[in-house]
Design a protein around this ligand. Structure first.
Ligand SMILES: [Zn+2]
Length: 74
């Protein structure tokens, strides 16, 4: 992956996948805290109980992963 990224002039950054799926991208609420149930792999979409935002699971996780990568750069 690192080699591939380099050859296209991109940077490859490793981040911890911890909670990238369980965290609401909008306000940072983490599922599984405050008496909420952790999300299961069966659910493709979910609604954040904290802010009410409807998320597509993988899209929400991708935004969190991107944020973590950008945070590592700065
Ligand atoms: Zn939320």
């Amino acid at each position: 992956m690192t080699y591939k990224a380099d050859s296209y002039g991109h940077q490859f950054i490793k981040i911890s996948p911890r909670n990238t799926t369980q965290t609401c991208h909008d306000y940072g609420f983490v599922m599984g805290t405050d008496d909420t149930e952790k999300l299961t792999l069966a659910g493709r979409e979910w609604t954040c109980p904290n802010c009410g935002t409807r998320h597509i699971r993988d899209r929400n996780a991708a935004k969190n992963i991107l944020d973590k990568g950008i945070a590592k750069l700065s």
